[in-house]
Design a protein around this ligand. Structure first.
Ligand code: AMP
Ligand code: MN
Ligand code: MN
Ligand code: MN
Length: 284
């Protein structure tokens, strides 16, 4: 397998905060020329069986996937896991625990929004939720767009759902050690998702990469829907410096919201090891 494979190893379905079913995503991946696909719902593996069956029906190669929410250095970091055994009990329990606080957090977000005159946001967000254990900021964002409070989800995040804004509620997610260990012990590879998104200082980022590797992490997203070409080049350099394999994934959520469609990313730079080389025996 070469680095030129059209791999898309990061996207979301209705099992977390995407708007398409696993089956519709598989169809779309196939139509867009994807060779190797992974569904990576937030803190959840409930869609994995459907995704694998749909991938096989479409003739797509498949890797199991998830994206775990982690608290690190006062920020939320996402760790993608690929190629694990989705029935692993420790992983499933860990994800369940990570999902656990979302309902209460959502009620607090709704209270915060009520204070600035946006009423019944919890009930409104719930209408967009496909998985009751996975109410997320994205569902609130869709509600605020639907009701005309903002023109798009980006504006909602900027004005209401990020640190310091009325609908933001600080939350404690999994630890970096736990997330990496759950994935690795279940036979998978742990990957730092979209590193350019976190706004870490160089020191914090060095700490993230160093601790991640110490816990057994082996990959970093280089080409993703949330990196510019410059950021991709910078993290390709980081991957080489830290001896990490490189991943590629659109982070596709919705035809109406996502800038980058499934399977339409630039190739990985030729000089780095693609994560799928580490996962050859996990591809189904
Ligand atoms: P949560 O896990 O509930 O904190 O929600 C995080 C999700 O919100 C991410 O996975 C993205 O799908 C979405 N998100 C975060 N920032 C933005 C943004 N600026 N614009 C649109 N969606 C965003
Ligand atoms: Mn999301
Ligand atoms: Mn993410
Ligand atoms: Mn994602």
């Amino acid at each position: 397998m070469t680095s030129l494979l059209n791999a898309d190893l990061h996207c979301h379905s209705v099992v977390s905060d995407g708007t398409l079913t696993p089956e519709a995503l598989a169809t779309r991946a196939r139509a867009n020329g994807v060779d190797l696909w992974a569904l990576t719902d937030h803190d959840e593996v409930g869609g994995q069986q459907r995704a694998l069956a749909a991938a096989q029906a479409q003739g797509l190669r498949y890797l199991t996937g998830t994206e775990i929410s982690v608290s690190f250095a006062g920020k939320t970091v996402h760790i993608v896991g690929l190629g694990f055994d989705a029935d692993n009990a420790t992983l499933r329990r860990g994800l369940e625990r990570t999902r656990g606080g979302r309902g209460e957090r959502a009620r607090e977000m709704s209270d915060g929004l009520a204070k600035v005159g946006i009423r019944d946001a919890y009930e409104g967000a719930l209408k967009f939720v496909g998985n009751p254990e996975l109410i997320s900021r994205t569902h609130f964002a869709r509600f605020l767009v639907e009701t005309g409070v903002c023109k798009d989800t980006n504006e909602v995040f900027r004005k209401y759902l990020t640190e310091g804004k009325p609908g933001f509620v600080p939350h404690r997610w999994a630890s970096l050690r736990d997330a990496v260990t759950w994935i690795t012990d279940a036979g998978g590879v742990a990957i730092i998702a979209h590193p350019a998104r976190y706004g870490f200082t160089p020191n914090e980022e060095y700490a993230l990469f160093t601790e991640f590797i110490a816990h057994g992490g082996r990959g970093v997203e280089v080409v993703t829907g949330s990196h510019s070409a410059q950021e991709a080049a910078a993290y390709a350099g980081m991957a080489q410096e830290f001896g990490l394999a490189a991943s590629r994934g659109s982070d596709f959520h919705s035809p109406d919201e996502s800038r980058i469609d499934l399977g339409t990313l630039p190739d990985l730079p030729p000089s780095i090891t693609p994560v799928w080389e580490l996962l050859a025996d996990r591809i189904r």
